[in-house]
Design a protein around this ligand. Sequence first.
Ligand SMILES: [Zn+2]
Length: 433
Amino acid sequence: MNVPRFTCLLIAGVLCLSLSPISFAAKSKSSSKSSKSAKSKSSAKPSATPAAKPSPTPNNDWQVIKVGPRDYLSLDNVAKFYGLIGNVDSTGKSVVLNNGRNQLQVTLDSREAIVNGIRNWLCFPVIAHDNKFLVSRIDLAKTIEPQLRPHMIQRSGKVQTVVLDPGHGGFDKGAASAFGKEKDFALDVARQLRPLLQAKGFKVVMTRETDVFIPLEVRARIANATKDSVFVSIHFNATGSNPSATGFEIFSLTPRGAPSTNDESLALHFVNMQAGSPMEAQSFELAAVVYHSMCGHFLEEFDRGIKRARFAVLRRTQIPAILVEGGFLSEVSGDAKRIAEPEFRKQLAESICTGLEGYRALVEKKQRPMLVAEYRARAAGEITVVDLAVPPARLDQPTAVSNPPFIPIVNSAPAPAPPATPPQVNPPDEPEP
Ligand SMILES: [Zn+2]
């Protein structure tokens, strides 16, 4: 029986990783050899892990492990569900799960994860428990699942209009460098992005077209009054505490019951349940698709990651909403100079446009979004798994591209829902970036 053999080896590997990473690496090699024959048994249900005492499960595929107040899933459970092969790095603290199409890397005691080549910030750190690596249920449902199976997210309909929101304006200058102000750079990117989107068949609504102050709630109101739309707020970063901070980042709304990315101190003992949004999953996916395009178009920009926040424009919008940070005005040797170049802002607009096209194709045609490595390979003129001369692979039609080389995804069961949360409260917005 090949499936049990694979399963046991994988579990054994994860179980023994803190004791013997090298032996795990050797075992995972042999497990990948057996994976070819395991393919034919893909419908088999995974067995419960021996060390875990499972709580009531949402379905047979998940063994929820309760640690303190929080629900977790073991990484071997995650690997089995998504058909991923596991490996541990030489430190014994990082685990890489891969199936040739999707890749997930997590690190013990860290909220930082790499999903399909892009930095992600989990709501809660990965923990060790009973010799297993555990990832929180909320992170599995809200961060990992939308990226490993983007086609499983419930759709909000069509994406006909993009509401562009250049940050700040008027007396609110935002950040500034020696070369200019955030409010002007953000408006320029939006102005350049508008005709690009229109050329691709989008309608465009701007929350401001001139150097004028628009209150945050008005920006959200404009978004909410626009049907079949998504909201893209454009900003540039700055920090006084770390002048060498550089790179892109992107935000979507913090899931209900979780701390925002910048709430470092709350990540371990977070109990406050704050409001979420019915568009939370779509917003996160929009962020991921646009961010892959941004990082794929700019080799020189540091990937600061896909983050979560409760900024007013994210919390008050009822359509898929993201906030883009296009580099640091406080980083004088690189970012600030680049942001001041019209060509950079044009390319930034192009990369956001391409990402929005990718999101529309995912929502309306179930086309798999391009990943950062595919954008970069295309830019380098390399032959890639994505042949742009033919229509992209549809997620519901397995192809050579979408078929993982090891064990296929074993079922179409939904990922676990986040834990039930208490009645909604009305927290203050987080300070605008
Ligand atoms: Zn800003």
